[in-house]
Design a protein around this ligand. Structure first.
Ligand code: ATP
Length: 514
């Protein structure tokens, strides 16, 4: 029986540390704000997520190719893309606590609190009325629910207008009108709202002169746009086609408190899909559905995902939505799907003086393609996978018998199979080593002979290893071993000759890509 942890988020952070998934950066110097390192199991999981994305996008689509562009780019890129002028967040300080917040996040959290009040009200009513409870009717008619819903609608409308007009005073007014307090000081003593550019700036070369200023890329997309012509000229792709890339991005986030959800250095997995002008809506819908299916193939409960249309569009976007995931701290953006129009290519064409166009042989005409982008944060994906996989389980209905298990899809599991000799004697380790040697040619495998067998199973459960192969005395007599399945804990006796084939069939990419 699985039970949700009381404080899942805390448990994830400590599990990540204890089992070598994620460490704070430069921890011996007390860490660096919102920067993290991936440990031995973390890097394996992260690489598997990357591989799942890359294989699904590049290998499985004949019309998508990959690139790996440099992090440093010509500084003009960021002027032309609009990031120098417009890539900023509205920030506000509390004068008493001296803490800095994103004004939009304070307002969104406030609306969420009212939403939570509504849910509590509904829950109470459900308890009171039991099975005869008509939730939809209650939500439509209960005065307290209606009053709170009206409050949310009113804030939402003011919020939308302020965002659309980049009205910083308007945002402050909402914070004042809603009487939002600083969670630390509890006071409403706020500064004005200011814009804060999120790009990290540095210098290239030995002379620190502002004309040499370059930036750490805040998104990987621009590396794709500036390479559009190179790819068209070398890959024989015809529109519609896509360019995919996985790489680091950097943002000087104001509020960076949610572990690997919001980091200052993170990784993105991005696709820019180039289409004929006029066909972007069709492809936007296509990628919206395709990307949601990609997430759901991992076997994570579908109710954990939802679409969220953007209220305010980024400076480049024509339409945009988020795929949100139910993280331990609520539904938040996991992936963005954006219709970017021809904004980026057009800008680069205008400012580089190069003709960035595509000749469409079917239409016999040249044009600047429109772009549909899908962009998922690798680290957020890591957190989503972790938070849905990690479980505390009570075994045989005995509260004293529990295990921590990561029920992660086998293709993502850091270690696919562990080989365990029942005892450290009688030739069992030698036999186990033979099997281990064979398995590690194909999979990330682990050999473990330390501690009692039960303890070793628990260790593998805690890092999500889907299969354990145990070598016992019978193995020496009849060449059989047991294979234990992580989730059911069931054990089956199989011949040693079958081990490779069975593990291969169960952890192979075919199981998810087909
Ligand atoms: P948010 O609204 O949460 O700041 P965003 O809308 O700015 O995110 P995008 O610019 O659309 O994010 O970036 C695409 C993806 O990159 C996001 O969906 C997210 O998964 C990831 N991402 C963005 N910022 C960060 C960050 N600071 N840390 C980790 N991942 C991030």
């Amino acid at each position: 029986m699985s039970q949700p942890s009381k404080d899942l988020f805390k448990d994830i952070v400590s599990h990540c540390k204890e089992y070598g998934f994620v460490f704070p950066s430069s921890e011996i110097y007390d860490g660096l704000g919102a920067v993290y390192d991936y440990g031995p199991n973390g890097v394996l999981l992260k690489n598997n997520i990357k591989e799942y994305w890359w294989k699904s996008m590049v290998q499985m689509h004949d019309n998508i190719v990959g690139i790996d562009a440099a992090i440093f780019m010509h500084p003009k890129t960021w002027k032309v893309s609009g990031h120098i002028d417009a890539f900023s967040d509205p920030l506000i300080d509390n004068k008493d606590s001296k803490k800095r917040y994103r004004a939009d996040v304070l307002i969104e959290d406030h609306m969420q609190k009212i939403e939570d009040k509504i849910d509590k009200e509904v829950e109470k009513a459900f308890k009171k009325f039991g099975d005869s409870f008509d939730e939809a009717l209650y939500r439509q008619t209960n005065p307290r629910v209606l009053e709170n819903r009206a409050k949310i609608d009113q804030i939402q409308e003011a919020f939308r207008i302020a965002l659309e007009n980049s009205d910083l005073d308007g945002l402050k007014k909402i914070i004042e009108d809603c009487e939002i307090v600083c969670p630390i000081s509890g006071s409403r003593n706020w500064t004005d709202v200011r814009q804060f550019n999120l790009m990290f700036k540095t210098q290239m070369g030995s002379v620190a002169d502002d004309s040499d200023a370059i930036y750490l890329r805040p998104e990987t997309a621009q590396g794709i746009f500036v390479n559009f012509l190179n790819v068209v000229n070398t890959s024989r792709q015809r529109i519609p086609f896509g360019i995919a890339q996985i790489g680091k991005a950097f943002r000087n986030e104001i509020v960076a408190r949610q572990f690997i959800f919001r980091m200052r250095e993170f990784e993105q997995m991005e696709l820019q899909f180039f289409v004929r002008p006029g066909e972007e809506v069709k492809w936007y819908e296509y990628w919206k559905e395709t990307r949601m299916k990609w997430h759901q193939k991992l076997g994570i409960d579908a109710s954990k995902y939802k679409f969220h249309d953007h209220l305010k569009l980024a400076h480049y976007a024509k339409a945009a939505l988020d795929i949100e995931f139910d993280f331990p701290f609520g539904f938040k953006e996991l992936e963005g799907v954006h219709s970017r129009g021809d904004f980026d290519l057009k800008q680069h064409q205008e400012h580089s003086g190069k003709k960035i166009q595509y000749f469409d042989p079917e239409l016999n005409q040249s044009y600047i393609p429109n772009v549909v982008e899908t962009s998922v944060g690798l680290d957020r994906m890591f957190l989503a996978v972790m938070s849905s996989a990690l479980q505390e389980e009570i075994i045989d209905n005995d509260p004293n018998n529990t295990r921590t298990v990561m029920k992660i899809h086998p293709v993502l599991a850091p270690v696919k199979v562990a080989v365990l000799p029942l005892m450290k004697k009688d030739g069992l380790p030698e036999k186990a080593h033979e099997i281990f040697k064979l398995l590690k040619l194909e999979f990330q495998a682990q050999y473990d002979e330390k501690d009692a067998i039960g303890k070793r199973y628990r260790r593998q459960d805690a890092i999500g290893t889907p299969y354990c192969i145990t070598v016992d005395h019978q193995s020496l007599e009849d060449q059989t071993v047991t294979i234990r399945e992580r989730d059911s804990m069931s054990q089956e006796r199989i011949h040693i000759d079958q081990v490779l084939e069975i593990v291969r069939a169960r952890v192979s990419w075919n199981t998810i890509l087909a």
